[in-house]
Write a protein that binds this ligand. Structure first.
Ligand code: PLP
Length: 608
């Protein structure tokens, strides 16, 4: 596993066992050898549990999710007690980072004791949040309402308050205040509001444009003070409870974390001291807690950050404490909206290799080794013939024969410089949209054979008919990934197939996914740690992705009428509907990915 830097990006959750298989350590610490969850065994168990399961497949490990949440809270708890901070940490999960039902439900459930809440950025996300949080279990938890708000959004947020949830509407624009005032009096529900600050602190890199003077979101400090004045004039200043900021994802250093928190804490203190916003309670520091996708722990890599959870938490706590102490303002409740840092680790995408072929090299001609031999023979004979030709010509033949012989020996010597294209059962656009959209890279590695040297330099090609549908940038700025030759005679003991895992892929990919070529979502398998089984895990659920019919329907076809009906009429005319009907029906009810013959299963069958 060293080749793939698994210790760098994977600790403490991923490791390789003595069998050479990728493993998950659900609790993040050293479990006894043999107690890790072996990913190859997980895949085989999923196929066993559900015979029609298809690739690509997402494996979700809720135990890892719980560990991330616990680790974040432990980090803030430690920082708060070490620095003598006199208030608490109370975070929220930004639903946009992964809206899947199981994930939002798990986080709310695991976070119950911490009064962990949710953040919504749109009406659909607000509806999800309103259904997952309950008055009984989560009355203290924040429901932070961000994003553009029209009257309907505001009415939803007010009704969230009416059903006993702690919904806070964060103003992104000043106009939203008038809508809130109007709707609140119409519905007779008192709002709680926050304001999003547009900070001057900017982060470098892809996400930098989120903040700064020209950032898309929030109000500059002077406008925030105007909002406070307006509320005071209306006798509604007690509505204002929270100040929010978000400077962008993957904040590269703790210096920038502290700088942003200091700038925001300054505005917070000014609101309290100069604008009488005495009922302010909370500073919401947004997202941006980064994770280390390439394992370099470096601020210079755009897919890594130079800190961990503990340093992040202590930078925020220190910065806010120092600023508030100077201004003699009591310490606010600290909130963050950490998204990627919560969900990235807990899920991995499993891809299946279909075939591998050598990539033609630029200097290659179409000649086979046989043709090269014939050409060499021709030049060689010509250079040796006792003819009347000039000495120069004889030399030219000699040199040509020599060049071709070198090429031939390189060709026969084979693999060292050859790049192999591995065709994978995947669409980059539907599974890893960030790899295509923002040139993001995720750690990737084979699931098995990790005690065998991977001798082939490889790139991955997907199923779409699009030249962007390939992966040729990997962590460490590599243009190839070392892989093993595909098994020629698939050994059932090894699962017969060759699988790759894409790790740290739990954030954003599913929601940003698109339907290029109408390839849809993957199968999703939930894997829970279990002490009751010999393998140390159990497959809790195994669900298929959307069917071909569902995907076609999203393009506004009435599938039964426009597609099946039309094909049926034509097939009946020719008298082949019996066969055609069955094939079409099967095609519509399965996932649009390739169904690969299961070598392992079929060879077992032949033996049995
Ligand atoms: N909060 C807000 C307002 C955001 O816009 C985002 C991401 O874009 C997040 C939280 C989550 O950020 P991250 O995943 O970097 O923690």
């Amino acid at each position: 596993g060293g080749l793939y830097n698994i210790q760098g990006w994977g600790a403490p959750y991923f490791t390789v066992n003595t069998e050479g298989n990728l493993c998950v350590k659900a609790d993040g610490h050293e479990t006894k050898a043999g107690q890790e969850m072996d990913v190859l065994h997980v895949i085989q168990a999923a196929k066993q549990k559900r015979k029609d399961i298809q690739f690509p497949m997402i494996l979700r490990f809720p135990n890892v999710l719980k560990h991330r949440l616990d680790a974040l809270h432990a980090a803030f708890h430690t920082a708060i007690s070490r620095t003598g901070y006199t208030n608490t940490y109370q975070g929220v999960f930004p639903v946009k980072v992964n809206q899947n039902r199981a994930i939002v439900h798990d986080l709310v459930c695991f976070g119950h004791a911490y009064s962990y809440g949710l953040e919504a950025g749109s009406k659909p996300e607000l509806l999800i949040a309103m259904s997952c949080l309950t008055k009984e279990a989560n009355s203290r938890a924040f429901l932070v309402c961000n994003g553009y708000k029209d009257a309907e959004y505001v009415r939803l947020a007010l009704s969230a308050r009416a059903i006993g949830l702690n919904a806070i509407m964060v103003l992104d624009m000043e106009e939203e205040l008038d809508i809130i005032i109007h709707q609140s009096s119409k519905l007779g529900v008192e709002p709680v509001i926050g304001v999003r600050a547009k900070l001057l602190t900017k982060i470098p890199g892809h996400y930098g444009s989120t903040a700064g003077k020209h950032g898309k979101f929030g109000l500059p400090a002077d406008r925030i003070y105007e909002v406070a004045k307006k509320l005071k004039g209306l006798n509604k200043l007690h509505w204002l409870k929270l100040l929010h900021f978000h400077v962008g994802s993957m904040i590269p250093t703790t210096e920038l974390v502290a700088k942003a928190a200091t700038e925001a804490a300054d505005i917070y203190c000014t609101l309290v001291n100069k604008y009488d916003a005495a009922e302010m309670t909370t500073l919401d520091c947004g997202g941006g807690l980064g994770i280390d996708y390439d394992g370099t722990r470096s601020a210079d890599s755009d897919i890594s950050v130079a800190y961990g959870l503990e340093e992040y938490a202590s930078s925020i706590v220190q910065a806010v404490r120092t600023t508030c102490d100077k201004a003699m303002v009591s310490h606010p409740v600290l909130c963050t909206e950490s998204g990627q840092a919560m969900v990235s680790h807990h899920s991995m995408i499993i891809l299946e290799s279909l075939s591998a072929i050598p990539e033609p090299k630029d200097d290659d001609d179409e000649d086979t080794p046989e043709q090269l031999r014939t050409k060499i023979q021709h030049h060689y004979s010509a250079s040796n013939l006792p003819t009347s030709a000039a000495v120069m010509d004889l030399q030219k033949h000699g040199i040509e024969a020599y060049k071709l012989a070198k090429k031939l020996s390189k060709r026969i010597a084979g693999d060292a410089n050859t790049i192999y294209n591995y065709h994978m059962n995947l669409s980059v656009f539907s599974l890893l949209p960030d790899m295509w959209g923002i040139k993001w890279r995720f750690p990737m590695m084979p699931v098995s054979r990790l005690n065998e040297e991977p001798t082939r330099m490889s790139t991955l090609i997907d199923l779409t008919c699009d030249s962007d549908g390939k992966i040729d940038k990997f962590i460490g700025n590599a243009e190839t990934l070392p892989l093993h030759p595909l098994p020629l005679d698939p050994d059932p003991e090894r699962g017969g197939c060759y699988y790759l895992a894409v790790l740290l892929s739990g954030a954003y990919q599913e929601a940003l996914s698109n339907k290029h070529n109408l390839f849809g979502g993957p199968s999703i398998v939930r894997v829970e740690k279990s002490t009751a089984t010999a393998t140390g895990f159990q497959i809790a659920t195994a669900d298929l992705g959307p069917t071909t019919e569902e995907l076609i329907s999203t393009m506004r076809y009435n599938v039964r009428q426009d597609i099946v009906g039309v094909i049926q009429r034509r097939a009946i005319e020719i008298g082949v509907w019996g066969m055609v009907g069955e094939v079409v029906h099967t095609g519509l009810t399965t996932m649009p990915y390739l169904i690969v013959e299961d070598h392992a299963a079929s060879s077992w069958k032949h033996q049995g």
